[in-house]
Design a protein around this ligand. Structure first.
Ligand code: BES
Ligand code: MN
Ligand code: ZN
Length: 503
């Protein structure tokens, strides 16, 4: 893993160095000192490369002097628009450009130490790799950048600002690892066991097995797992950072006070069940547990940075398989809420899982707000593409909080319609023989129908649903993200908490 540290602003005597420079800016501070030491090679290199300082622009000097292997001048764009996000992109660009180096040093002595910390975050996020199943990778094919040192005018302040960011980055890594694992390795029981690792951060972790869930009466969620050889699980994670119930010592055990509840869909593989999916692209359904993966990473982030909030994370874990014991279209099951559900399509399974977990969450914890995350519908990808998650909410305040956190982190959400129970969109869910059916009439407004179904299980409590089907997996790399599992939602919801719920 990339090691990130902050050090005082003293020009190194050699090595690989990065000079961040804004549009039209002159060399100052350590950068100017380096240029002088190198006989103005930096200035000449910038001219030769027609360096403008535009965000992402680069001028690379190779061995300008013995002992100085590379000097990379990196454009940071307009000075006035250089913010945390831009600093993260800069960190990401450093890692992308210098992946083969063992150690690099960023001369950030002219930068606000708080922003220098975000260079570290961007570098850390961009350097994520999942190589555990590659046995034939040659050494030079593995990313090697081992050490990123950021020189700051106030290294102690930069390091202090980086500490909570590092906890959030760890949360992102937890999520990416879970989401990337194949379904033969990560099935419900294994997922639940991995959640136990959060205990050492001070999170209380409870695992409910099949018997427990049967006793509770989770008939809706359990029906999804009927066809699978793997047993279902529910995991309840509690971080009591405001009421002070649980410290890292794990001693005092209290009930969370007015917690925020996060609920995740954890379908470790979704074949569609008897309403089976077509073969093409079905491998994507290993990441149908991204909602649960995100809730787990979020709990790690909140606990890791000791957020002053009481938060609970609840995840429903099942595998959706077709078999002789699988649930059939037309079957009727009894949900934990007491409502009966007619299952008309076994591929609309995520909502069957969330129905029971959502109802349990509001009943047990009486949360101030509930937010669920789910790779719930293909229709949200048709509607919003890969730019925004769909946001559905019965509470305007919570919806606005989420939209603001989205703008602050770049993990955007777009609000979609939701009708009150009994009205317009909701009526499509009335079943001929049960209280509710799990799909609407046709394909129209499929993501809305799914949200309406969930709403029947939130008991009127303030709640938001994020449909992350288009966001959980990236087929292209981003400034601070390799291809693959994005961990969308960890930073968004961490910020939601930081902006609104930490007093
Ligand atoms: N997990 C899928 C949704 C999905 C599709 C996630 C593509 C990520 C990428 C979900 O369980 C599902 O199958 N939804 C159905 C609902 C339909 C049967 C009403 C869908 O979207 O087709
Ligand atoms: Mn499905
Ligand atoms: Zn699914």
């Amino acid at each position: 893993m990339l090691e990130i540290s902050f050090a005082k602003a003293v020009l190194p005597k050699g090595g690989v160095m990065i000079l961040p420079l804004a549009e039209g800016a002159k060399l100052h501070g350590l950068a100017a000192a380096l240029d002088k030491l190198l006989g103005n090679a930096v200035k000449r290199g910038m001219e030769a490369a027609r360096f403008t300082g535009k965000a992402g622009a680069q001028a690379m000097l190779l061995s300008p002097k013995a002992g100085f292997a590379r000097v990379l001048v990196l454009g940071t764009g307009k000075a006035e628009s250089f913010d945390a996000k831009a600093a993260e992109a800069l960190g990401g660009a450093v890692v992308a450009a210098l992946a083969k180096e063992a150690e690099v040093v960023v001369l950030a002595d002219e930068m606000d130490p708080a922003l220098a910390a975000h260079i570290g975050l961007g570098g850390r996020l961009k350097s994520y790799r999942f190589d555990k199943y590659r046995t034939t990778l040659k050494d030079d094919e593995r990313a090697k950048l081992g050490k990123l040192t950021i020189l700051s005018s106030d290294a102690a302040q930069a390091a202090a600002a980086y500490a909570p960011l590092s906890a959030v980055a760890h949360g992102v890594e937890v999520t990416r690892d879970l989401v990337t694992e194949p379904a033969n390795v990560l099935y419900p029981e294994e997922f639940a066991d991995r959640c136990l690792a959060l205990k050492k951060l001070g999170v209380k972790v409870e695992i409910f097995d099949k018997k427990d869930l049967e006793k509770l009466g989770f008939g809706s969620m359990l029906s999804v797992s009927w066809g699978s050889a793997r047993e279902p699980r529910m995991v309840v994670m509690q971080w009591l950072g405001a009421s002070g119930g649980l410290g890292a010592d794990g001693k005092k055990v209290k009930k969370p006070v007015d917690p925020i509840a996060f609920i995740g869909k954890g379908v470790t593989f979704d074949t569609g069940g008897i309403s089976i999916k077509p073969a093409a692209g079905m491998e994507d359904m290993k990441w149908d547990m991204a909602g649960a993966g995100t809730v787990t990473g979020l709990m790690a982030a909140l606990a890791g940075r000791k957020a002053r909030v009481d938060a609970v994370g609840l995840i429903g874990l099942v595998e959706n398989m077709p078999s002789g014991t699988a649930v059939r279209p037309g079957d009727v099951v009894k949900s934990y809420s007491g409502q009966t559900v007619e299952i008309l399509n076994t591929d609309a399974e995520g909502r069957l899982v969330l129905a029971d977990v959502l109802y349990y969450a509001q009943e047990r914890f009486a949360p101030k707000y509930m937010v669920d995350l789910a790779t719930l519908t293909g229709a949200i990808i048709v509607g919003l593409g890969h730019e925004y998650a769909g946001l559905f909410s019965n509470d305007d305040t919570l919806a606005d909080f989420l939209i603001a956190a989205g703008k602050a982190t770049g993990e955007g959400v777009w609000r979609m319609p939701l009708a009150p129970v009994g009205e317009s969109y909701d009526k499509n869910l009335n079943s001929a023989i049960a209280d509710v059916q799990n799909i609407g009439g046709g394909r129209a407004g499929g993501s809305i129908t799914a949200a309406q179904f969930l709403q029947r299980f939130v008991n009127g409590k303030p709640w938001a649903h994020l449909d992350i089907a288009g966001m959980a997996w990236a087929t292209k790399e981003g400034p601070t993200m390799p291809k693959g599992a994005s961990a969308f939602g960890v930073r968004l919801l961490d910020r939601l908490v930081a902006m609104n719920f930490e007093g």
